[in-house]
Write a protein that binds this ligand. Structure first.
Ligand code: HEM
Length: 525
């Protein structure tokens, strides 16, 4: 038998061991908690700086209506990257070319999601289009088809005559109004709409007599859609309030979407009723319907076709016409530049000829003027908001040495980058020479490869409509400037202030008076 005394050493050791284990455990837990606390503090301390707001609403009450100006002022105080709380959401605002590169190029895949506004979801059939889909296989497929099968060089060449029709019609209309004040925004909008709809479905709603009222209505619908997409909406800042639709944005967008949807359905139905061999030359709609019938992986459903058409009509019309208006406004403000552009047109095209798309690659100075206008007035000054992919953990995403908090949205302040004296000498001066070729090479194109200049964004979410947008803009402006001389009305002050929205426009419409420039009046018919 073993006596109690024999066991006492064991019980002593065990007790001591327990005590030891307990101590080790306690130290481990405390250390672990300290490490976690330190790490969480470290993470917090690496969040970008930013203005303090008030509880619940954050910085909302202090932010003026022109977001791009406000963000630029805040960047001057807090530096090129700052965070801001608006309602229940956190936004990270990037204001430098290096930071743009970090997001658009170095971590492009991570930052290629969207956080669609309520209005965006309504107009895109619940996020079924390219603009508002997340970075997933559905979006990749839709975008691939759009870029390679719809907007290919071959298709753009084949649809050239449709665009020509739209522009020639405008020249005739302006000719009939020579000597009177013309609303430049109005005419360039109708022309862009006519050119876009011509390119998509071969005939223009604006020109077609039978559909005249539809053409006029369409302008209102598109303008309203773009306005609603850019309107600050309480439901976007406080998603829990979405069902109450306090400002009625969702309700109004549904109304506009229904009108557009009816128009698109009618056009598709009309097209389907025509036998394939009677449809004539291929426009975008024909290409999409044929892709649908092919039943391949790139085949489309009818909803996807409508969502894509919506992207093209809404995404292509307002941006292009806004840019055409800004360019005309800058040229009227800078008569020397206007003269240089018109001299070039005379040299390349001649006064006894009209502009054709084949002339466009030779119009170097006009191209530089348009790029300089894009620099000073990027139509989407904050691009379209990006969101980091959801599965990235809290501390994984870093930009400029700061942590991008989970669930935050990222705005790229292109407006600030385009006016930053670090990249642009005398940034507020209108000087197209910055965009002229040096040693046969142009430092800037629309790809956004050089992140000092990003009017179309860049990377995998950059604008896929560049080839069409660029062509339309050059063709339309070259035609208006070659056919007419333009002066400002005496009684109106000419100023270049802007008004924020998804597409930033001139605050006051540009009015100008055209006069005949070409000797032969047949060149206007
Ligand atoms: C002057 C003309 C235009 C300008 C300034 C412009 C500008 C832009 C910008 C800044 C973006 C966002 C890029 C980003 O988030 O990085 C964008 C996206 C987009 N644009 Fe354009 N755009 C123009 C014309 C067009 C045209 C003509 C089309 C259609 C034919 C078009 C279709 C789209 C689409 C579908 C997207 C969404 C891309 C995506 O999310 O993957 N755009 N555009």
């Amino acid at each position: 038998m073993i006596s109690d005394s024999q066991w006492s050493w064991w019980s002593e050791v065990t007790n001591k061991k327990d005590e030891f284990t307990f101590q080790v455990l306690t130290i481990s837990v405390i250390s672990l908690m300290a490490i976690l606390w330190y790490r969480s503090r470290k993470t917090l301390s690496t969040l970008p700086p930013g203005p303090r707001g008030v509880p619940v609403v954050g910085y909302l009450p202090f932010l003026g209506a022109n977001f791009h100006h406000e963000f630029t002022k805040l960047a001057q105080r807090y530096g090129p990257i700052f965070k801001i709380h608006l309602g229940s959401k956190t936004y990270i605002i990037l204001n430098s070319s290096d930071l743009a590169k970090a997001v658009l190029h170095d971590q492009d895949d991570i930052f290629a999601n969207r956080d669609p506004p309520v209005a965006g979801l309504v107009v895109s059939y619940g996020g079924k289009d390219i603009v508002w889909s997340n970075n997933n296989s559905y979006w990749r497929n839709l975008r691939k088809v759009f870029v390679y099968e719809v907007l290919s060089n071959k298709n753009l060449d084949e649809t050239q005559s449709f665009r020509r029709g739209g522009v020639r019609k405008t020249i005739k209309q302006v000719y009939e109004r020579m000597g009177t004040e013309v609303d430049i925004g109005g005419i360039v909008f109708f022309t862009s709409l006519s050119v876009i709809t011509n390119t998509i479905w071969g005939k223009s709603l604006v020109e077609d007599e039978k559909n005249n009222d539809v053409g006029v209505g369409l302008r209102e619908v598109i303008s309203k859609i773009v306005e609603l997409l850019g309107a600050p909406n309480v439901s976007d800042f406080f998603p829990v309030l979405t069902k109450f639709d306090l400002q009625g944005v969702q309700r109004e967008m549904k109304r506009q979407w229904k009108t557009m949807d009816r128009i698109l359905e009618r056009i598709i139905e009309e097209r389907l009723a025509i036998k394939k061999d009677e449809a004539g030359r291929k426009d975008f709609l024909q290409i999409l319907l044929e892709l649908k019938q092919q039943n391949t992986t790139s085949g489309f459903s009818m909803t996807e076709i409508k969502a894509l058409l919506m992207d093209i009509v809404v995404g292509g019309t307002d941006t292009t016409s806004t840019m055409a208006e800004w360019t005309m406004a800058e040229l009227l403000q800078n008569p020397n530049e206007m003269k240089k552009v018109q001299d070039e047109l005379e040299q390349v095209i001649g006064k006894n000829n009209i502009v054709e798309e084949s002339h466009l690659p030779k119009l170097r100075y006009l191209d530089a003027v348009i790029k300089e206008t894009f620099r000073l007035h990027p139509p989407l000054p904050l691009l379209i908001m990006r969101s980091p992919k959801l599965h990235y953990i809290y501390s994984a995403i870093k930009v400029g040495g700061y942590t991008i908090p989970k669930g935050s949205n990222v705005y790229l302040n292109v407006w600030a980058i385009h006016r930053d004296p670090q990249y642009w000498e005398n940034p507020l001066e209108f000087d197209p020479n910055r965009f002229l070729m040096v040693d046969g090479r142009n430092k800037y194109d629309y790809s956004g490869y050089n992140t000092n200049f990003l009017p179309f964004g860049s990377g995998r979410r950059g604008c896929p409509g560049v080839p069409l947008g660029e062509k339309m803009l050059l063709y339309l402006l070259a035609s208006l400037l070659h056919s007419f001389n333009w002066i400002l009305p005496n009684n109106k002050e000419h100023e270049l202030s802007d008004k924020f929205g998804l597409v930033v426009k001139k605050r006051n419409s540009l009015m100008a008076i055209p006069s005949q420039r070409l000797p032969d009046k047949n060149l206007y018919m």
